[in-house]
Every structure is written in C-alpha cells, then in structure tokens.
Design a protein. Sequence first.
Length: 246
Amino acid sequence: MTGGAPAAGMLLVDKPKDWTSHDVVAVLRRLFPRATKVGHTGTLDPMATGLLVVLIGPCTRLQARLQGFDKTYSGDIRLGVRTDTGDVTGKIAAEKPVPALSLERLSAELSALVGTVETPAPAYSAVKHKGRALYHYARAGEEIPVKPRTAKIYSWSALAWNPPELAHRLSCSSGTYVRSLAELLGERLGCGATVSALRRESVGPFSLADALALDAARALSPADLAARLAASLPVLDRALKAAPGR
C-alpha cells in the first residue's frame, strides 16, 4: 500500500501452528508502508491455532479498549500425562494410567466445572510476579510463584473420546488458561492431563469464520487489502460499543 491516507483498520487472521503471535504481526507489517504500526489484541500460544485480531495503523490505539471479550476454544486434551508447560510441547512431569472412562462421564466432569473456577496461572505464562513473567522463573529453574487466576466457564462440552484424547469445546471469560483447566480436569480424574491441540474460534464479536489464513492475508493485492481494511472499520466501531467495561 502506497500513498494516500495511512493504513487503518483490522485484519482477522487464522494463526498457524508453531507461529508466535509476534511472528504473524511481523509478517503482516511488511504489507504496509514503513513505520505503520501493527499489533494484536491477545496472544495465542505457538502450539495453538485460530483467531488473531490484528489492528493496523491508528487502530492499534484501540487495543486496550478491545480487551476483556469472552472467548471460545476447541481442541484436544490428552489424559494420563502432565507436563511442565501444561501442553504437549513441554517436558513430561508425570504419567499415570487412564481409568476406564465414557464420553458421558467426561461430559459430566466438564459440566461440573461450569461456573467460576480458580486455578493457578501456568508456570510457562506471561503472568507477572514482582515485574517478571512466570516463564522467566520456570526457565531459570527457580521456584515458581503461585498466581491464582479466576475464570468464568460458560459452557464446556465433551465432543468425542478416543483414549487418551478428549475433544472438547469451551466458552469462557477473558484471561482463562485452557492449560490450567486441562490440568484441573486431570486432577479430578486422578490421571493428569495436558493440552494436545487448541484452536481459538471466537473473541467477543469476532469469529474465526471471518478470518483469513495467513498465506491468504499476505497474498492480498494492495487494492484488496485497502478494501478489507475499509470494510473492517464499521465492524470495529460496533465491537467498541459492545466492549466489556464500556
């Protein structure tokens, strides 16, 4: 994009697996004139895929106002194993046999957790203690401070059970760590659990169904990119009016 008014708007992107949210922003920044600001409204772990809300130009100033939306996730939880990160990218901390379980039993366990839940933030997270992210403590081999996090679980459904993998869908408040919920489920079942796949399907009014694959986003022509940004402005306006705390 060259000339004219500064680029401004939003892109909804389907973040690929093994990419950081920062990696996605860095790629998209190359689509715009030098010094154009590009940022996102909420990080996804590298192993996770799905909706990343990316703000462009002056719209990056809206980032704080777009925090706090409820979210929907789908994915898989692996029973019988606990890792130091809460997902399968980490080192195995413990393994136990998986008891005989049915989809009905697992559905009941997930339903029992609907409501307000308090869990510790994952050791490998950006939650801060005395100005340092918890992952700094974890990587340094230091004692990891316990930082309780309160989450609201609106619905949690068991979709399929193919031992040891449980497919599920979760609707929850902002700030919920699915890794912590998986570990809580593992404790309740007595065998441990860790996240093996995770996909963010929605962030408040923004839906993965409206997102572009990253390759498709960076292949947009300047005209198509400009049109997409222009079309995003009224969507952003409606989201701001519906933002939590407004």
